[in-house]
Each structure stands twice: as C-alpha cells, then as structure tokens.
Design a protein around this ligand. Structure first.
Ligand code: RIB
Length: 300
C-alpha cells in the first residue's frame, strides 16, 4: 500500500521559555531555534522512519528548501511537492520547562493548495492506496471526495480541529486519528470516559475505524468489530511537539504492514514517547531501529 500524505509543511520558530507568556506580559526567551515541522511533514517523516512507502504532497515557497530536504533525507518521496510564489508556512511555538507547548500556525503556502493540483496528484494513486490528511491545508474536503472517487482509503487526523473539519463529508473517512479533545468534539459529547467517547464515535460513524490517543491514559484502536489498547511508555518530556504526529505516522506504517493492532499501538506509543525526550518536531522523530531498541529496553 502506498500512502499519499497531502499535508502542511512549516518552519517551526521555537522559543524555549520558563513558562508561557501571559496576557499583557513580555518575557525573555531562554533560547530560539528553528526546526522542520508542520503536522503533514511530521507525519510523513514518521511514516518513512517507521518503514512505510510515503509520498508527500503539499506546497512550499522558495524559502522552504530545508523542508523538502528534511522529507528527502528521511526517505519520503517528494516528486509531487510543489514550490509556489510566497512564503512557506510557519509556526510560532513556545516550549516551557516541562516540555509542554503552545502553537500558532501561519498557513503561507499550505493555504494555497488548489483543487486542480489535488486532482493531478491523486490521479497517480489507485484503489488499495491511502490518502492521509490533517487540517492545516486548503481544500481538504475536495481531497477526500477525489480520493474516494479513485477508490483510495481516507485517513483523517482533524488537527487542529476547527470549522474547516465540518466542511468535510466525514462519512468518507475510513480511519480517524484523534486525540481526546478531537474525539470528544467529533463524538459531540462532554464525557471524558473512554468507553463513552468510543461508543458515541461508533454510533456517529459506524463504517469507520478509529485511533484514539488519551495522553497518559494510553491509546485505543477500535471499530464496530474490534478493540485494542496499549498504555503509554512514561518518559521525562523535553518537548512534546509532534508527539501526536509521530504516533499517527508510526501507527499508519504498522497498518500498511499488516501489524497486529496491540503491537502497532505499542510501537506507535514507544516512538511517540522517545520523540518527546528530544527537542523539535521532525528532528525528534525516531527511526524504526531506535524505537525497537527502546521497546526492548522497556520490556525487559
Ligand atoms: O503537531 C506539531 C506541529 O503543529 C508543529 O510542527 C507545527 O508546525 C504545527 O503544525
């Protein structure tokens, strides 16, 4: 199975801070760094480092060579990536002493992706392949429709969740990859109880499968017929940026390989845990061998 990831690419302008800046306050950054990021790029890097065959489509500006280089050096196919007029997307990120972050994204080239380009790229893929989408680029609703017309499976990580998600026909989605907040919003419930969130999601989208990550409460894979769970690997976090993207990429790589779902959740959790012990988005994503070594050490 080939995976086409039509997704964002950002330069992450990352400020290490003692604590997040408050309204009306000015604070000194402890450090400033730039990393390759964007939920799309991070997920492609995770897919490739986990061993999947992934094609990244999306847009950068002339300033985005480092983003294309990051994809290529990680083993992602980039022949469909386009360079357009204007700036690449970027993100402004604060990372505090506990490794938590907050993020502002500024779309740039990510918001200039046109329907004609989407159709051209999807025409290179066939039934049995998968389209992966997040919610950081323009025209995702159209991309879902085009992919389904060609018989592709659609995986959707509706992150960051906003009104753009509701413009999509979510019944076209075969696999949702959700964190707890996204799970509750899509399910339309307030409860934080995993069983209630899962039941509501299955009722709303009976033909879909789901990955639901619940922070330190572990992660589930489920659909109407099956359910698998794996707990987290506890680590000391340095920077949680791209933890969800690492999980998503690794999980989809395992799915493409036909991995058993408990093992797949375990490996995705391990990769994500290892990633948060390192700084930055894409640079923090471990390769498969490192992830397997980490699991061996933890399982002893
Ligand atoms: O999920 C983390 C990513 O969100 C960052 O790399 C940033 O670019 C934003 O897209």
């Amino acid at each position: 199975m080939k995976i086409l990831n039509l997704g964002s690419l950002n330069v992450d302008r990352t400020y290490s801070v003692e604590r997040f800046v408050q309204p009306k306050e000015t604070i000194q950054a402890l450090k400033y760094e730039e990393f390759c990021g964007g939920k799309g790029l991070n997920q492609s890097v995770a897919l490739a480092r986990a061993g999947a065959e992934v094609y990244h489509a999306g847009a950068i500006g002339a300033d985005g060579k480092l983003l294309a280089d990051m994809l290529e050096s990680s083993g992602v196919h980039t022949e469909y990536l386009q360079t357009i007029d204007g700036a690449s997307g970027h993100a402004v990120i604060q990372v505090d002493r506990s490794g938590q972050n907050n993020i502002i994204i500024c779309g740039g080239a990510n918001r200039k992706i046109e329907k004609s380009y989407i159709s051209e790229v999807i025409a290179h893929f066939d039934a049995g392949d998968m389209l992966l989408l997040q919610n950081e680029i323009s025209n995702i609703a159209f991309a879902m429709e085009e992919a389904k017309k060609r018989g592709l499976q659609v995986a959707f990580n509706p992150s960051p969740i906003d009104e753009g998600v509701w413009e999509c026909d979510l019944n076209l989605v075969d696999l949702f990859v959700l964190n707890e907040v996204e799970g509750r919003i899509l399910a339309g419930i307030r409860s934080e109880e995993p069983e209630e969130i899962m039941t509501a999601l299955k009722e709303k989208f009976p033909d879909a499968s789901f990955v639901l990550t619940l922070g330190d409460r572990g992660a589930y894979y489920f659909n109407r017929e099956t359910k698998a769970f794996h707990d987290i690997y506890a680590v000391k976090a340095v920077d949680t940026t791209a933890a969800g993207d690492t999980f998503c990429g690794y999980f989809l790589a395992g799915l493409a390989e036909g991995m058993n779902m408990e093992e797949n959740l375990a490996r995705a959790s391990a990769a994500s845990a290892l990633g948060v012990t390192r700084k930055g988005a894409a640079p923090s994503i471990p390769v498969r061998k490192e992830t397997e070594e980490f699991m061996k050490q933890r399982n002893q």
